[in-house]
Design a protein. Structure first.
Length: 90
């Protein structure tokens, strides 16, 4: 929400400022930072949005709603993953 979002971000800033060692940004800058972080996709020009969407690769082609992006490589084999799970489970 464009009204409550920045207000809640200010409240979080005020709360975090009470913690020792936390130096928050100036309160008047918080709404701007909130918009840049939360609404960044609204700030991308339409041509760049199309290019961004076209360049996305899906990890699971049957899952069309996914907005995930990131590495698709799997550095561990299924056997290595199973070994790690068994080790962590004890």
């Amino acid at each position: 929400d464009d009204i409550q979002g920045p207000e809640e971000a200010i409240r979080m800033t005020q709360f975090l400022a009470q913690s020792k060692g936390v130096v928050p940004i100036e309160e008047e800058s918080v709404p701007c930072v909130w918009r840049a972080v939360v609404k960044y996709k609204d700030q991308i020009p339409d041509a760049n949005k199309r290019r961004l969407n076209e360049s996305r690769r899906r990890l699971d082609p049957s899952h069309h709603d996914s907005q995930r992006s990131g590495p698709t490589e799997r550095p561990y084999t299924p056997e290595q993953l199973l070994s790690m799970v068994q080790m962590l489970d004890g």
